[in-house]
Structures are given as structure tokens and as C-alpha cells.
Write a protein that binds this ligand. Structure first.
Ligand SMILES: [Fe+2]
Length: 300
């Protein structure tokens, strides 16, 4: 039998390693995972399923985002939440994103809030017009400071359960300090029934309530994106970095019970998102369509 030298063996092992790593990094960008979480609530009778997506950043998962559509369709949600950064300022072709957005309402009622990048896209006005003339519910409290509060909230019925949905967006220019946001939150939290807050940013909750009210939350579920799962996922550690949270963010992606030691804790689900800003990379961080099952307390 032919003897392989140590050097050649090492080179072969290294080559195999490079091939496996390259394949993994390619899959890492295009294979969509569907993490699933369950939330129990005594405010629902039958329960319903939510598909949560965000942060597409104008990427195309093939043929007008067919892969995203198929992934969502396969999971038969009762509601689809799109929590921002679907388009951005670094890519001007919004066709794949529009293709996705317009097809979502054919699967389930779809609710959209802005992220920090959508409005900076040169095609934003076109995008907005298209979305507003589609069946997507575009929820926002203000538009460049103008009051359109009635468009921020909606009540829907999913699988026989009445649900209140509020969509808030903020910008780093201080719009989140607008006192009207606190008013909107107060009104929303005083409603009975299951309440979902859609907001791009997981780390901005305190501002919506005003610092004093932060610990008296009374909504049930907050759905967010923005973190891109922490960009680089370190095994056994989690995400590396997230905006406004810095390194090793507490809220990177997944299900969290926020303020659990307080009277009214709420669940927050952060999706790891689908794409990324062209300046950033995702490593060991597969794109996600995140699924949430809201079930009656006695069932699981
Ligand atoms: Fe983003």
C-alpha cells in the first residue's frame, strides 16, 4: 500500500476543512431556518401562529424571494409580522422586496413597521406607495413627525382570538422621545385581550413607556428585529455585537421574558433576520423566518 507523507495528509485535511467551511459559509447566507417558540397565555381561547421576519435589506432569496414565501407558506401562519429594514440605502433595487411584501397577504394578514434603514433607501417613497396600495397593513405612529396615530394600531381576529396590534417605529434623531408615544402606549396597554407590540428595536422599550413606566408594562408580546442575531454567532456564547447594545448583547435573538421579577413581565421575540446591510457580514448566523405559537395557558 502506498504510504502518504505526513505533509500530504495534512494538506488534504486542510483542503477538506476549507471546502467544508466554504460550503457552510455559503449555506449560512442562503439556507433559511425556522426557529419556533411557544408562548402560553390565558388571554387566548384557541391560539394562533405568527411568522416573524425582518432585515431583508433588499436581498433576494431567488426569483423575487420565492424561498422566503415558500418557507412561510409551508408553516401556515395566522399572522405575518414584518418588523423593518426590508429595504436600505445601499441597494436601490427594491423589486425583490416588493415581490415578497405583495405576496405575503395572500398567505396571512401581514403587518409592517419600519426599521432604521427603510426610510434612507432612495426608493422609499415608491416602496411606501406600493405598500400602501397593497393588502399589507403598514403601521406607524408618525410620518416625519406628522400625526397619523390612527394608523399605528389595529385589532384583528386570528383563529377566533381577538388580538390588538400596535406598530411603533423610532429613529435616532429623538423621535422616540415624542411624548405622544407614551400616550399611545398607555391607551394600548389599557385594552383588554392579547396585545402585540411590533417594533424594530428590542433595546428601545424604555423610551416608549417613559422611564418610570417601564416596569409597569401590560402588553403580552413584543416582536423585534434589528440585531441580525448579533452578526457573528460564537458557539456557546451567542451574538457578537448589536446596535445600541454593544458587544455580547443580552438581547441578540430568540425568546425572552422581559422584567420577569416584576408584576407584568412580557415576552419578547427577536428574529435574527433574513439578510444584512452590505457593510456587515453574518457568520454562523443562518437567515430566519421565526415562528411563534401563542397557545392557551392550559395547552402547550
Ligand atoms: Fe437591519
Amino acid at each position: 500500500m502506498k504510504k502518504i507523507s505526513k505533509k500530504r495528509l495534512l494538506a488534504k485535511i486542510l483542503l477538506c476543512g476549507v471546502v467544508i467551511l466554504s460550503a457552510y459559509l455559503i449555506c449560512d447566507q442562503y439556507v433559511i431556518l425556522t426557529p419556533e417558540y411557544t408562548i402560553k397565555s390565558d388571554k387566548v381561547q384557541n391560539g394562533f401562529k405568527i411568522a416573524l421576519i425582518s432585515d431583508l435589506h433588499n436581498m433576494d432569496f431567488g426569483n423575487g424571494n420565492r424561498k422566503v414565501i415558500d418557507t412561510i407558506k409551508r408553516n401556515s401562519p395566522d399572522m405575518i409580522a414584518v418588523v423593518g429594514d426590508m429595504i436600505d440605502e445601499r441597494s436601490t433595487d427594491i423589486t425583490p422586496t416588493l415581490s415578497l411584501m405583495k405576496q405575503l397577504p395572500d398567505i396571512a394578514p401581514t403587518y409592517y413597521v419600519l426599521g432604521n434603514h427603510d426610510k434612507s433607501c432612495p426608493q422609499y417613497e415608491t416602496f411606501k406607495k406600493e405598500i400602501m396600495s397593497s393588502k399589507v397593513h403598514f403601521l406607524r405612529a408618525t410620518d416625519n413627525g406628522k400625526e397619523i396615530i390612527s394608523k399605528a394600531e389595529i385589532t384583528a381576529t386570528f383563529n377566533g382570538d381577538k388580538v390588538h396590534i400596535l406598530g411603533l417605529h423610532t429613529y435616532s434623531n429623538g423621535e422616540y422621545e415624542d411624548p405622544r408615544y407614551t400616550e399611545i402606549m398607555d391607551k394600548f396597554c389599557s385594552k383588554s385581550g392579547f396585545k402585540i407590540l411590533l417594533c424594530h428595536y428590542p433595546e428601545f422599550t424604555p423610551w416608549f413607556f417613559g422611564q418610570d413606566k417601564y416596569y409597569e408594562t401590560n402588553f403580552d408580546l413584543m416582536l423585534c428585529g434589528h440585531t441580525h442575531g448579533g452578526l457573528i454567532r460564537i458557539p456557546f456564547v451567542g451574538g457578537l455585537v448589536a446596535p445600541n447594545q454593544g458587544f455580547f448583547p443580552e438581547y441578540d435573538r430568540g425568546l425572552f421574558l422581559v422584567d420577569k421579577e416584576n408584576k407584568n413581565p412580557y415576552h419578547m421575540v427577536i428574529t435574527g433576520g433574513l439578510g444584512q446591510d452590505r457593510r456587515c457580514i453574518r457568520i454562523n448566523n443562518f437567515p430566519q423566518v421565526t415562528l411563534i405559537n401563542v397557545v392557551p395557558s392550559e395547552k402547550e
